[in-house]
Ligand binder design. Structure first.
Ligand code: AMP
Length: 222
């Protein structure tokens, strides 16, 4: 992360189908490498549970697995960026459309910043369904578990804070398939968008959490 001996901030976009491990990798970058982890999905879920005006506006989209309209997303991101000028940021689940990616580029340009890399964590459909249907999240601290690869020590209870584990409504099978469709139609065009900018890097989501993390860290230190 250093350039001519000076610390410079890094801006990473992580994208890929739902369940590819973006959230886990972003969390690891935040806890181990000082990144700010910014998940638009978490921001929306927070507003929905607090029943704010934004929460009421986006709830229908989030619950059904459709995308929240670009203008709403970009407004939320613009606010966030202003509050985190100069920090290293990992964007998790944003951008999700080409207009959002263009919006991000122009917001960054106005701030004199530029995206470092866009990392695609790829995963096949069958594995997406398998992973998401066994995913559980803590209602209190947001920690993510997988009943197959990383189960909690005690059924239904968060190891970290004792909170209740639940299955997100949008992790139920019908919605998973809808989210996959949305990903293919609206988010996968980002592959070409970032390829054209020479910023795209691809990782195989099946290669395992630690492996992907190692590749990510060599990318930002290399
Ligand atoms: P996630 O936690 O990233 O899987 O997001 C959960 C849901 O929040 C998505 O299925 C969308 O409904 C909504 N959402 C999150 N991020 C975005 C985004 N960048 N653009 C549009 N909708 C989003």
């Amino acid at each position: 992360m250093s350039e001519s001996g000076n610390e410079r901030s890094v801006l990473l976009v992580l994208f890929g189908p739902p369940g590819s491990g973006k959230g886990t990798q972003a969390e690891m970058l935040a806890s181990r490498s000082g990144f700010v982890h910014y998940s638009t999905g978490e921001v929306f879920r927070g507003h929905i549970s607090k029943k704010t005006a934004l929460g009421l506006k986006v709830e229908g989209f989030v619950v059904s697995g459709e995308l929240v309209p670009d203008e709403i997303v970009l407004e939320v991101v613009a606010d966030f960026l202003l509050q985190h000028a100069g920090r290293s940021i990992v964007f998790d689940g944003f951008p999700r459309t080409v207009p959002q990616a263009e919006g991000l580029d122009s917001l960054l340009k106005r701030m004199g910043r530029e995206l470092t890399r866009a990392v695609l964590i790829d995963l096949d459909d069958e594995e997406v369904v398998r992973r998401l249907s066994s995913r559980r999240q803590c209602r209190v601290c947001g920690k993510i578990y997988n009943l197959t690869f990383s189960p909690p020590q005690k059924d239904g209870v968060c190891d970290e804070c004792g909170g209740e584990l639940y299955q997100r409504k949008d992790d139920q099978e019908d919605t998973i398939l809808a989210r996959l469709q949305v990903y293919k139609q609206q988010t996968s065009p980002l592959i070409e968008y970032y390829q054209r900018q020479g910023k795209l890097v691809r990782f195989d989501g099946r290669s395992g959490r630690d492996n992907v993390y190692q590749q990510l860290t060599s990318l930002i230190t290399g």
